[in-house]
Design a protein around this ligand. Structure first.
Ligand SMILES: *Cc1c(COP(=O)(O)O)cnc(C)c1O
Length: 457
């Protein structure tokens, strides 16, 4: 299987090259040249564990890695999870919550980044190559990316975050990691400053080449692929076809659900749930994609205006026509808005935006009715599920994706539940650990000097 860019100007890549490349050189996102149909396998896959199903799904897309090697990497990746089955279901009335937060950093990003870390280790080891990963984070991505590659010999990871703007707990999840290949950079500026630094660094192609820069942001194809597995697994877990409610920011999570549906897994609808940053909810309801100002909410992982993975969906929506896609992206880049002629099918998608009051109310309701404590991001999904329930038939099972453990967002939980505190032993254990962090100015030359001195070359 080969990987093609949505923008149509990158020669086809193998799976392993796609994993190392991240963003395509033409600025597009990588997608497989065809989507395998699994209809004939569904019956025999129903009895598989999460890990065994992951091996089957990955083997379809990673045809340049031996199946036995894939099996080993998958086993290693998910051995770090707290529960044997990797993911868990909790029943809240007629909604099933799919908990994806039982990995090392207690966020769903671990499902993808634990596997991506193992893939990097294998691919780099076989090629005797090194990688300096540079990333910017305002929360969950940084710690999950670090947890995926800590201690690896062929990788150094540099994570930038804006000084004082990451929650103290999330900061400690990064800076308390003792491994020498982990480098946390507290940048005296905003999250945008961090992202701009990263973009300008990657635009320096000579530096990128010389220092083998790599990225782990959500555009990496392997992250999408790893996420397909839990949609597949959940869809085979119930007798009825499944509709999913998905708390959405960068569209990475829900895009994996769309792909699983196109592969033939028994998936009915995908309910896209945003917070007040509602650009995607508006697009799915009106066909217009238009940028607004970023609003800061109790669901920071979804405080996103321009969703990096949306381009992948758009490519399929525009019949895999790179010219139309490029025209849409050019319109959007120059005017801040663009539109499609035809709305995405209501049989595939529903979409809604949930405000802060509704989010806190959903935490309260889940606690009052079921004694369940949901993190605020998950609560956005629960609120959307309730709102869109009328669109779901009795012959479907509704599943809400739980993206973080509530102990990661104790302030919002306390606000919703009259000061109730929620903890997790792994987070408690971090308190008082010595932080390892370098304070830097938002200056490209300072960043380069740091990578030169501390990275591998
Ligand atoms: C990253 C994240 C999201 C958003 O996922 P996308 O793939 O960006 O749509 C939602 N909730 C939590 C807790 C996250 O960390």
């Amino acid at each position: 299987m080969k990987y093609l860019s949505t923008r149509g100007a990158t020669p086809p890549l193998s799976f392993q090259d796609a994993v190392l490349t991240g963003l395509a050189p033409d600025g597009g996102l990588l997608l497989p040249d065809r989507i395998p149909n699994v209809s004939a396998q569904l019956d025999s896959w129903r009895s598989l564990s999460f890990v065994e199903l992951a091996k089957q799904v990955l083997t379809l897309f990673a045809d340049d890695i031996e199946p036995a090697v894939i099996a080993r990497l998958v086993d290693e990746a998910y051995a770090s999870f707290d529960i044997d089955e990797t993911v868990a279901f909790t029943e809240l009335g007629n909604v099933q919550v799919l908990e994806l937060f039982h990995g090392p950093t207690l966020a769903f990003k671990d499902v993808a980044l634990q596997l991506l870390g193992k893939l990097f280790e294998h691919i780099l080891g076989a090629r005797d190559q090194r990688l300096n990963i540079v990333g910017a984070t305002s929360g969950d991505t940084g710690s999950a990316a670090i947890a995926g590659v800590r201690g690896q010999g062929n990788v150094d990871i540099f994570i930038m975050f804006p000084t004082g703007r990451v929650s103290p707990l999330q900061e400690l999840q990064m800076t308390s990691i003792p491994d020498a290949n982990v480098h946390c950079l507290s940048v005296n500026g905003s999250f945008d400053d961090c992202q701009n630094l990263m973009k300008t660094l990657f635009a320096d192609l000579a530096f990128k080449d010389r220092y083998h820069l790599g990225a782990v942001n959500s555009v990496n194809w392997a992250r999408v692929l790893a996420q397909v597995v839990y949609y597949a697994y959940a869809s085979l877990h119930f007798a009825k076809p499944v509709s999913f409610s998905v708390p959405t920011g960068n569209f990475g999570n829900i895009f994996a659900g769309y792909l699983a549906k196109r592969m033939g897994f028994p998936i009915a609808r995908l309910l896209l749930a945003t917070n007040e940053n509602d650009i995607l909810a508006r697009f799915f309801n009106t066909g217009e994609y238009s940028r607004g100002p970023v609003r800061y909410t109790v669901t920071p992982a979804m405080d996103i205006q321009v969703a990096s993975n949306f381009e992948r969906f758009l490519y399929y929506h525009l019949d895999q026509d790179s010219e139309r896609l490029n025209a849409f992206m050019a319109d959007f880049a120059s005017t801040g808005k663009a539109r499609v002629e035809q709305l995405p099918s209501a049989e595939d998608f529903g979409a809604t935006a949930i405000n802060e009051a509704q989010t806190l109310e959903a935490i309260r309701a889940a606690h009052a009715e079921f004694g369940y404590v949901a993190d605020p991001h998950t609560a956005v999904g629960l609120a959307a599920a309730k709102q869109l329930q009328a669109q779901i038939g009795n012959d479907e099972q509704l599943v809400c994706i739980a993206t973080a453990h509530p102990a990661k967002f104790p302030e919002a939980v306390a606000q919703a539940l009259d000061g109730q505190s929620v903890t997790h032993p792994r987070l408690e254990a971090l308190r008082g650990l010595p932080p390892r962090v370098e304070q830097i100015e938002p200056d490209l030359e300072v960043l380069k000097a740091y990578v030169r001195e501390h990275g591998s070359s």
